[in-house]
Design a protein around this ligand. Sequence first.
Ligand code: IPM
Ligand code: MG
Length: 359
Amino acid sequence: MTKKIAVLPGDGIGIEIVAQAVKVLECLNADFGLNAEMEQGLVGGSAYDETSSPLPEATLKLAKEADAVLLGAVGGYKWESLDISVRPEKGLLGLRSELELFANLRPAILYPQLAHASTLKPEVVSGLDIMIVRELTGGIYFGQPRGVRELENSEKQGFNTLIYKESEIERIAHVAFETAMKCDKRLCSVDKANVLECTELWREVVERVSKDYPEVELSHMYVDNAAMQLVRAPKQFDVMVTTNMFGDILSDCAAMLTGSIGMLPSASMDKNQKGMYEPIHGSAPDIAGQDIANPLATILSVAMMLRYSLGAEALAVKVEKAVDDVLNQNLRTEDIYTQGDIKVGTSAMGDAVVAALKS
Ligand code: IPM
Ligand code: MG
């Protein structure tokens, strides 16, 4: 059966890296029996420029009708002064919320070939294999009320709301426990229960859900300590589960352990395994259009898509193996380059992955 993939490159390096992931999908179509139809849509700043909206109706329709969405990145200097309601980031957040993609899986895996590319000592990071499960459609990112108001003395006051219902915590906790069951069966829930009532409830609900998973060893950690532990002794973690904002911060931190944020894919899933797949890095406007961005996070996001939404585990493994192969060939984009490696550009890296797939 034909599967439909909505392809949304977005802005900045999103355009270049998604083009490499599309090459990979085309190769899987042509040579490995994947039957995927791809259709492109606009999102983010480029969508705003054309339609005055960062998430045009046509894009939302395309994403809703697709079996999976492949997204590059959104944002750039050009749109930073726009009103927050139409900024590129709203396109991404709108997709997450409209498609109800509440479960964000962000693996941080260190490829042994890149142990020396990490800013941490190789012995601290070698063998690292963490999965961060980030709640994606609630918390302070979406909580109401929000805004900037003027006080009586005409001073301005900004405010946002950290808010979670029990049902929202429960469903992400279930995803996290299920994920832990497939990993080392250790789950660390990250909160700030010593200060924030909302995350005190978070802890209580996660504790309650844990009763359904007696095999999983559950621990709790305050977010400040979790940030420290991630750089002190990251291998203590197996699966982590946390709120939208804490997950945003901790996943960038975890990314650096693996050598480069350019290596980390992600999957954002709804309750029916429909997902949006994107690298966790941003649009990097400073290096956009120069053919130096690392496309591997996006290509690895395609692997996650094959696994979780397209029911093609064997092809997912193939893509991951191809990425491993190009690293074994010492091919490196600038972000993961160290002396003695072979430096390649974005497009050449994409071609190398395709060649590895075919070999
Ligand atoms: C991420 C990004 C986004 C987020 C931005 C671009 C809105 O940082 O996916 O981690 O904050 O969720
Ligand atoms: Mg982020």
